[in-house]
Ligand binder design. Structure first.
Ligand code: FE2
Length: 276
């Protein structure tokens, strides 16, 4: 699927933008399924918001979503009295994190659209699917995702985590596309998010943060897959535009590596990680 130049580019930069990998029909089907799921959410019962800049994510509901389908609201969509300030389909932040194993449409999208072949070309043949997310980045209020690498959240020994970020709509600098630091995967690990042994989680940060200079925007048209090395620093801005920026992310680990038992995401015995 990939040329030698593309594989070399991924190894050099830590990311690879692959346009038109996923068909528009598959993107539309996933958006349709997510819309059905939002319609089923009872907005009087789910109060979890998600933000990378606050502590909202570190709770039992978030931890349970590692082996289920959790739903999170956008912070700016929730009033102080826990009611929504807009229709729920415009208030969703994301679904996560096991839809690829629990929902047939997400299973198809994850396993039957070419991402398995892409993973194999990048050295992850037979890779296990560890995490999926449907991310809304809503118009006007879509939250910032601060600079991080994904291995900090999906730790393996040794480091063998690969991420796919799929544009379900055109992503631009205007509506909050990804930004990444070319070659930044060679800097090494500078943070880690883990279970703390007391039923909660903690973010450990090394002395030196990632450099914020030199990031480049990864604009992507619908159906584009961006492959991300597990150590690559990346971020995305708030979306203050009037256009949504739906995306799907999928993470893969090398089955020869170890999934450590203090990762926040843990599966019960009956729901092991599976391959493509
Ligand atoms: Fe990420």
């Amino acid at each position: 699927m990939l040329t030698n130049d593309q594989v070399e580019s991924f190894e050099r930069d830590g990311f690879l933008v692959v346009p038109d990998l996923i068909g528009v029909q598959d993107c539309d089907a996933l958006r349709g399924r997510a819309a059905e799921m939002v319609a089923d959410v009872d907005e009087t019962k789910v109060s979890s918001t998600f933000s990378t800049t606050g502590a909202q994510a570190r709770n039992d509901y978030f931890l349970a979503s590692g082996s289920g389908i959790g739903f999170f609201w956008e912070v700016e969509a929730v009033n102080p009295d826990k009611t929504l300030n807009r229709p729920k389909e415009l208030a969703a932040n994301k679904f996560g994190h096991a839809m690829h194993d629990l929902d047939p449409t997400f299973d198809h999208f994850s396993r039957r659209t070419g991402m398995g072949e892409l993973a194999a070309d990048l050295g992850y043949g037979g890779g296990l699917l560890t995490q999926s997310m449907y991310i809304y980045k809503q118009p006007g209020i879509g939250g910032e995702v601060t600079l991080h690498n994904d291995h900090a959240f999906l730790w393996t020994e040794p480091m063998r985590t690969l991420g796919f970020w799929v544009a379900l709509e055109d992503a631009t600098t205007e509506n909050g596309c990804l930004w990444a630091l070319p070659g930044g995967h060679k800097i090494g690990q500078r943070s880690r998010f883990r279970r703390d042994g007391k039923g909660s989680t903690a973010l450990e940060e090394w002395a030196d943060p990632y450099p914020t200079e030199g990031l480049v925007p990864l604009e992507a048209t619908t159906g584009t897959v961006v492959a991300l090395h597990g150590l690559l620093p990346h971020r995305s801005d708030q979306n203050r535009s009037d256009k949504s920026r739906h995306a799907f992310t999928l993470h893969v680990m090398d089955p020869a590596a170890e999934w450590v038992d203090d990762n926040w995401l843990q599966r019960p015995d009956g729901l092991p990680f599976r391959s493509f």
